[in-house]
Structure formats: structure tokens, C-alpha cells
Design a protein around this ligand. Structure first.
Ligand SMILES: Nc1ncnc2c1ncn2[C@@H]1O[C@H](COP(=O)(O)OP(=O)(O)OP(=O)(O)O)[C@@H](O)[C@H]1O
Length: 395
């Protein structure tokens, strides 16, 4: 198990991680999510003893990484797939790592088989594609057959087959009782890989919960309603009727309506009363991506603005209408993924039970690192898969 308590890291004036406390348990894939620059890599580096915490501590099996006996046999990690001596053959790279940790050479050939790089084992890694580099990094992580595995963005650059392979590998490792901690930005992938989620924003804990609970706590169920495409006035009429009845109505990109706050039979009755025909009326639950966007929208450091193409717009011919601006999720529309929170007038983020609220809904810092919270004034806010860890002939 990995356990962080009050973990804080500052780089000069920059607080990368603040008062982070969590546990990563064995036997599950734990996803580590957060916007760009939220402190995921810094946290992983501190877990692996590559950075010293400014305050707090993090242990693996009760010991800080640097005091773990024979750490490379207990903990494997993929942090930066590019951190490889490019002039070395893939096999030699793994051999040198194995020798440093007293791992027999035959294990190198095993892990090359597991990650599918046998054919290129004698090729220099500087000629490797991004995906091949990721596979080599994963091979290095598996070398010591460790009980604890950390992967920072393991599917970066992988093709669909590679992504599926990593997904099955993570699940298989967890099903063997290992601790698997994996960061990713690909929500659709996390939704099908992780059992548990730890979400951070601006270095602070936003959520630590089972993936199903996370989605239901951070998303409002809604109905998708569609009126005939050729009759926009029907859509407007229905929007007014639903809004008057207390529903919240948002346009979907494909012309349908997203309706919250009204049950499906009531929407049907209101449409009938307004003499509006429906082409679609369906229940919908938000995806992990939507739940995640809702939770992290107050903790994003880098936001895009819409491209005005100043001076580059072609003048419209006389009488021509400008094109209709279709809303694009995440672009200049902070509320797109974030309809009103499920709890009326409540805290927009799911809170770990029984903890007082800190900024962004993160737990406050009870007795934390003993310093003021640097963000206090900040912006508003398994079924067992086949054993993929062994070469096919050994399964
Ligand atoms: N060595 C360093 N010196 C100064 N600032 C740093 C250093 N390492 C990280 N930071 C800063 O700390 C913050 C957290 O960075 P970190 O790389 O941990 O985020 P991340 O969640 O892994 O981001 P991403 O998803 O983009 O990889 C960022 O603002 C980053 O600029």
C-alpha cells in the first residue's frame, strides 16, 4: 500500500502539491487524475523518493521509498518513457537495470516478451516510436516483478491495440493483488480500467473514491430530448415549456436538448400539452469525463479562449448570414459540462465523507503542514483478465 500524509511540495514560490493525504490499496487499479500542472508527476516523484517533500510524508508498505529494502524488487515505475539512454539497445538498457538490482538476465527476455518488443530487442531505443518507448518503460517497471507499480501516462502514444493491452495488463496486475497506481488524461480509458480514483486539482485532493460513486456524486442524471430537426420552432416551444415547469435546458451539439430537473414522464406530458412532437426522449447518465470536468473546472490552470481569427476573417458576401456558432465543450463555455450540481444549493464537488471543506471542495488542512493554505485566496473556484504479465507460452 502507498500512503501519503500531509504531503506538500514547494518549488520556490510555487506550491506544486499541498497537504495531500491518501492511500492506494493493493488489489485494485487506482486512477490518478487531475488537470495539467495539478501535481500528479510531482506526487509520483515523491512516492519514488526522486523528490523530497517540503512537508508531510509518503510511504510504501510503511517505509519511505529510499528506506525500502531492495526497492527495485518491490516497486516498479514508468515515469518518463524518454528517460532512456538512446544509444543503447532495448535489451541492454533492461540488462543494465536488472544488473543494478540483482535481477537475473533471463527476466529481461521475459519482460521483452510481455511488452511485445522481442523483435526489436537489439535495436537502439533512440529509433523507437513513442509507443515503443512506452512499452520499453513498462518492461522496465515489470522487471523486478514488483508488488507496487506506478505508471505516469502509460498509454501516451499507444495505438488502440496497445491501449487495450495496457488496460488488460493493469487489470491483471491488480487481480494478482498488486498495488497499481496510474495517471492518465484519457477519461474514457480510466472509466474502463480503474476501480478507484484519486483526483487532485492545484495540488490538493478533490476526491478519493470508487469510480461509480465518483460519477454519481458528480453528475446529474438528465434526459435527452429531440424534436423534429426541420421544425426549430418546436424546439423553442418545448424549451420554454420545460423551463417554465422548472427544468434546466441546455442545447446538445447535435441539436437535441439536455433536460435536468424533470422526470421523463413529466417531460413527455409537457411536450404533449405544448403540442410538440418528440423524436427522442431518453434517460442519460453523465460519463466519467463529464463528472471529471464538473469537479475540476475550478482547478484548471490553463484555459483556452475561442479563436477570433483577428484580421483573418473573410468578409461575407452581401446578404449572407454568419455561420451558427455550435457550442464546443470546454471552449469558452465553462458551464458546458457543468449543469447545476446534483445537490441543490450544495457543494459542487463530492466530498470525502466527514471532512471539512477546503478550497475547491478539498478537505481542509487540519494541522496540515502548519502554514497557511497557499490557495485560500485563489480563483473560484474485476474479473480476472488473462495473465498478461507472463509471456504467452508461459500462460
Ligand atoms: N522542478 C520544478 N521546478 C519548479 N516547478 C515545478 C517543478 N516540477 C513541477 N513544477 C510545477 O509544479 C506544478 C505541478 O507539476 P506536475 O508536473 O507535478 O503536474 P502534473 O499534474 O503531472 O501535470 P501534467 O498533467 O501536465 O503532466 C506545475 O505548476 C509545474 O510547473
Amino acid at each position: 500500500m502507498i500512503e501519503a500524509v500531509g504531503l506538500t511540495k514547494r518549488y520556490g514560490a510555487k506550491t506544486a502539491v499541498y497537504n495531500l493525504s491518501f492511500q492506494v490499496r493493493p488489489g485494485a487499479v487506482t486512477g490518478f487524475l487531475g488537470p495539467n500542472g495539478s501535481g500528479k508527476s510531482t506526487t509520483m516523484r515523491m512516492i519514488l523518493g526522486l523528490d523530497n517533500p517540503t512537508a508531510g510524508q509518503v510511504t510504501i508498505g510503511g517505509h519511505p521509498y529510499r528506506r525500502l529494502p531492495n526497492a527495485p524488487r518491490q516497486v516498479g515505475a514508468l515515469l518518463d518513457a524518454k528517460a532512456v539512454h538512446g544509444g543503447r539497445h532495448a535489451r541492454n538498457h533492461l540488462l543494465s537495470l536488472a544488473q543494478l538490482s540483482g535481477i537475473p538476465a533471463r527476466r529481461v527476455d521475459e519482460v521483452l516478451g510481455v511488452v511485445g518488443l522481442q523483435e526489436v530487442a537489439k535495436k537502439r531505443s533512440k529509433g523507437f516510436s513513442l509507443g515503443m518507448g512506452q512499452r520499453l518503460g513498462i518492461a522496465a517497471a515489470l522487471l523486478g516483478d514488483p508488488q507496487v507499480l506506478l505508471f505516469d501516462e502509460p498509454i501516451n502514444g499507444l495505438d488502440p491495440e496497445g491501449i487495450l493491452w495496457v488496460r488488460n495488463l493493469m487489470k491483471a496486475l491488480a487481480a494478482e493483488g498488486r498495488t497499481v497506481f496510474v495517471s492518465s488524461h484519457l477519461m474514457s480509458e480510466m472509466a474502463v480500467t480503474a476501480d478507484h480514483l484519486i483526483v487532485i486539482g492545484r495540488g490538493q485532493l478533490l476526491a478519493d473514491m470508487n469510480i461509480r460513486d465518483f460519477i454519481s456524486a458528480n453528475s446529474a442524471d438528465f434526459a435527452r430530448v429531440r424534436t423534429p430537426d426541420s421544425e426549430p420552432q418546436q424546439r423553442e416551444k418545448l424549451t420554454s415549456a420545460l423551463t417554465e415547469a422548472g427544468g434546466q435546458v441546455l442545447p446538445e451539439q447535435d441539436g437535441a436538448l439536455r433536460v435536468m430537473g424533470l422526470p421523463l414522464p413529466r417531460i413527455s406530458d409537457l411536450a404533449h400539452d405544448a403540442d410538440v412532437r418528440l423524436w427522442e426522449l431518453s434517460p442519460h447518465q453523465a460519463s466519467l469525463e463529464e463528472a471529471y470536468m464538473r469537479m475540476t473546472q475550478g482547478a484548471v490552470d490553463y484555459r483556452s479562449t475561442s479563436d477570433q481569427r483577428a484580421g483573418l476573417q473573410q468578409e461575407l458576401p452581401p446578404g449572407a448570414m454568419p455561420p451558427v456558432q455550435v457550442p464546443v465543450p470546454g471552449q469558452g463555455q465553462p458551464g458546458w459540462y457543468a449543469p447545476p450540481p446534483p445537490q441543490q444549493g450544495g457543494q459542487p464537488f463530492a466530498m470525502p465523507q466527514g471532512q471539512p471543506a477546503g478550497p475547491y471542495g478539498a478537505p481542509a488542512a487540519p494541522g496540515g503542514p502548519g502554514e497557511p493554505n497557499p490557495y485560500a485566496q485563489a480563483a473560484p473556484a474485476p474479473h480476472a483478465a488473462p495473465d498478461m504479465t507472463k509471456p504467452e507460452d508461459a500462460r
